[in-house]
Design a protein around this ligand. Structure first.
Ligand SMILES: Cc1cc2nc3c(=O)[nH]c(=O)nc-3n(C[C@H](O)[C@H](O)[C@H](O)COP(=O)(O)O)c2cc1C
Length: 190
């Protein structure tokens, strides 16, 4: 990847890669890391699949299970971060924002309708994800059992940090949106 020459070009590139990460399973941005603050105040991170991106609203969409630890954490502390790293492009993005957990609205219905049976089964485990069991449980057979547990996480970010590594000199930039005021952006020392 060549250096984006201007700050607007960096932001365009970031948004383009986020959109591509939703559609292309082979993109590194397809599987970002979501960081939350646990109920005990400790940091928690995990890999997730990037399911949606709306550049106009600055929203990323993720799917998860209502019973998961991350949902409890996000309901208590909606502030969270999303980390994306593409080793081929040598590009890291860090998004910081607030999450809303959607359970029974059009967003969830649409996402459920669009999801494949194999994905639906992820939410169909009988017991709570993460609970201890004496042996690995049988995989769920009925994908529709997952609907009750299916949730969509909408993360609206107000900070995007860009870092592009290059032998010719690294480039780092920060984009912030404050109270819906105009975008502020600056280069940072890498
Ligand atoms: C490649 C990959 C993709 C994953 N995608 C998701 C996902 O989209 N949603 C999700 O809830 N968990 C996903 N997981 C599982 C999470 O990383 C995590 O183990 C699980 O959600 C439990 O996290 P929690 O206990 O912090 O809630 C994925 C794991 C991997 C390795």
């Amino acid at each position: 990847m060549t250096h984006a020459a201007t700050l607007p070009a960096c932001l365009d590139e970031a948004f383009r890669r986020l959109a591509a990460g939703v559609k292309d399973r082979r993109c590194a941005f397809h599987t970002p890391t979501l960081a939350t603050t646990g109920l005990d105040g400790a940091p928690e991170i995990r890999t997730v699949v990037l399911r949606g991106f709306d550049g106009t609203q600055r929203v990323v969409l993720l799917h998860t299970d209502a019973r998961s630890r991350k949902v409890a954490s996000l309901l208590r502390e909606p502030r969270c971060a999303v980390h994306l790293y593409d080793a081929v492009a040598a590009l890291q993005l860090r998004l910081t924002g607030r999450c809303t957990v959607h359970s029974n609205d059009g967003i969830v219905e649409g996402a459920w309708r669009a999801s494949r049976p194999a994905s639906r089964k992820c939410y169909a485990t009988e017991r709570t994800p993460g609970s201890p069991v004496p042996e690995p449980p049988q995989a769920p057979t009925d994908p529709e059992m997952g609907r009750a547990h299916f949730r969509v996480l909408c993360i609206r970010f107000d900070r995007l940090e860009w870092l592009h590594l290059s032998a010719g000199g690294h480039r780092r930039a920060l984009f912030t949106w404050r109270d819906d005021a105009a975008l502020q952006c600056t280069w940072l020392v890498p």
